[in-house]
Write a protein that binds this ligand. Structure first.
Ligand code: NDP
Length: 284
């Protein structure tokens, strides 16, 4: 087998679906590729990426917790990656890495394309201020949401994100303990990694407005805690619903595939295949 030409880096990484997704896209489009998962803790990521490039690596996805490190390792970055301060998609060009952020576009494509949601003017709560939250904040604001409230376990990171966005009339930060007094939201995005760490978020049901969407960026069992809370809240918040980030995962992968191979694959067949294996919690 030739050395891999594409890879996803992260830590932990063994459960990543990205190799399967990119293999399916390659098969669908008739593009031969060898895409593997490479386990890389933050301290050895730069060396692992350099080794991959030396062996002929042409493109890399980057996941938890390396997106801000990836940003620093790029010689050039896209406008959106610079605004987010995070890179999840690297392309080897003339011996250096070019960084993009496909998480933001992937999130919006899933919400508006697959699920047909109108995001405009939605009063939005963003939980988390890490790499994924940064991309989500910019993408959601670009898509026309209304006010954005950012709440993070470490409040200074929420403040840093809000400051970097620079829209003080539209973007606000609050402490976790303030959540009970914030009223209802039309869109609640969980961009924390609490579910991955099997930790539970303390969230009042009153956050969920009627017809709201509660969206967890994680998927599979990592999303069960948040989706369970959202489904319980739906008993009083009529018409609200809950989704996980599986669709975003497939869409961000398709965006990266398009950057690397010049053609955008069809995402629904791959999404539907994975959804059959990773069902959303039943809504009752
Ligand atoms: P980061 O490590 O950059 O950020 C993690 C965030 O979670 C921080 O805001 C952190 O807060 C917060 N957090 C962690 N544990 C807890 C907890 N117990 N309670 C409250 N907050 C907590 O990770 P990413 O931003 O890269 O990823 C976040 C999540 O999004 C992951 O689950 C990841 O799998 C998912 N994701 C999904 C994608 C998709 O395509 N569906 C794409 C990208 C990410 P603090 O600042 O205080 O540490």
């Amino acid at each position: 087998m030739n050395p891999p030409d594409y890879a996803v880096f992260g830590h932990p990484i063994s459960h990543s679906l990205s190799p399967r997704i990119h293999a399916a896209f390659g098969k669908q489009t008739g593009i031969a590729l060898n895409y593997v998962a490479i386990d890389a803790p933050a301290e050895s990521f730069a060396a692992a990426l350099a080794r991959f490039a030396g062996d002929g690596g042409r493109g890399a996805s980057v996941t938890l917790p390396l997106k801000q490190d990836a940003f620093r390792l790029c010689t050039q970055t896209s406008d959106f990656a610079r605004r987010a301060g995070a890179v999840n998609s690297l392309t080897r060009i003339d011996g250096t890495w070019h960084g993009d952020n496909t998480d933001g576009p992937g999130l919006i494509r899933d919400l508006t394309g697959r699920h047909g949601l109108d995001l405009r003017a939605r009063r939005t709560l963003l939980l988390g201020a890490g790499g994924a939250a940064r991309a989500a904040a910019h993408a959601l604001l670009d898509a026309g949401i209304g006010e954005l409230f950012i709440v993070n376990r470490s409040p200074e990171r929420a403040d840093a994100l809000a400051d970097s966005i620079g829209l003080p009339k539209r973007v606000h930060t609050r402490y976790w303990d303030d959540l009970a007094g914030l009223g209802g939201f039309d869109l609640i995005v969980n961009a924390t990694s609490a579910g991955v760490a099997r930790e539970t978020l303390r969230l009042p049901f009153g956050l969920v407005a009627p017809r709201a969407l509660c969206y967890d960026l994680s998927y599979g069992s990592a999303a069960f805690g948040f989706l369970g809370w959202a489904n319980a809240a739906a008993r009083t918040a009529r018409g609200s619903k809950a989704l996980d980030g599986l669709g975003m995962l497939v869409e961000q992968a398709a965006e990266s595939f398009a950057i690397w191979h010049g053609t955008r694959p069809e995402t629904d067949p791959v999404h539907d295949l994975l959804r059959a294996e990773l069902p959303l919690l039943a809504t009752d």
